[in-house]
Design a protein around this ligand. Sequence first.
Ligand SMILES: [Zn+2]
Length: 80
Amino acid sequence: MPAPTRAQRRRPDRSALRPCPACGHTVAKTAETCPNCGAPLPGPARIGNAIASLLAAAAFAYMAWVLFDFSEALSAFFGG
Ligand SMILES: [Zn+2]
C-alpha cells in the first residue's frame, strides 16, 4: 500500500466527510448532528425524515377520517 501523498493527508475524503456549517469541524456525511458542536446537519437523512413525517401525518389524518368519520364530528362540533 503506497504512502498517502501530502494532498491526500491534508484533505480528508470528501465523499465521506464534510465540514460542519456551524463550527467547521469535519464530520461524516451520514451524521445528523455535529459531534463537536451539536448543530443539526442538513442531508438526505433529514429530508427522508421530513418526508416520512409528512406521510405519517397524512396517513394518520386519513385513518382518523375513515375510522372516526371526521366530517360528522366536525359538523357536530361546529354546527351542533
Ligand atoms: Zn459543528
